[in-house]
Design a protein around this ligand. Structure first.
Ligand code: FES
Length: 79
């Protein structure tokens, strides 16, 4: 099972200094959806910095593809 989730953020959420784990140091939470170490940021959000503002994209093996349309099982379209 898998699901499509839309993420609009292009940067991590840095947690408060008092919440930082001494073992992991500067912990940031992924908000872009691309991290291989989710929920923690691994820097993959850098791939989103040059995305055009007017598009929706999917990433597969580091390659970006523009989504033209999404059609659900009931054949309704979502943009
Ligand atoms: S915010 Fe997602 S990898 Fe950094």
């Amino acid at each position: 099972m898998s699901r499509l989730i839309r993420h609009d953020e292009r940067s991590p959420l840095r947690i408060d200094e008092e919440d930082i784990n001494e073992r992991y140091g500067d912990v940031a939470i992924c908000r872009c959806g691309l991290s291989e170490t989710f929920p923690f940021c691994d820097g993959s959000h850098r791939n989103t910095h040059d995305e055009p503002d007017d598009g929706v994209f999917v990433y597969e093996n580091g390659d970006r593809q523009r989504v033209e349309r999404i059609v659900t099982a009931d054949e309704s379209e979502n943009g």
